[in-house]
Design a protein around this ligand. Sequence first.
Ligand SMILES: [Zn+2]
Length: 154
Amino acid sequence: MENYCIICREETNSFSDEHVIPDALGGYYHIYTVCKDCNSDLGLRVDSKLVNHQFSHFQRYLLGLRGKSGKLPNPFSGIHQFAEDEGKKVQLRLGEDGKPTPYTITNVSYEESEAGDGGTKVSICIDASDEKNWMGYFRKYQKNYISQSTNSKA
Ligand SMILES: [Zn+2]
């Protein structure tokens, strides 16, 4: 009776270290009476859904339980809007210290003007917190505006 998996009840010698409460949720109780297949199956079907549930994200956030990547889950993830101004969209991003920081999603604006050499000068207006991503916005500009003007000439 000792060599039976407590989940599938199959006789086996292939047991593995089962975290009764997932590691990511701060679990420390282990049992060694679950076969490798059942442990793997539970990990995929139960543990991952439990760990990634919104309630678990809040609990992990409150308890400071970081995942294997070292990151805290962000229970405030997603794009939110204000009841008074539905056009204004915000995200709550977690800083290095884990504090939620509001980030306003602004519309990117591009302004073209003539450069002295006959070329076109492009000014890109983005949120200051996005400054390091300016090249991505510039590429988007190139893709959307330059290809449009090339198409309209053809
Ligand atoms: Zn089993």
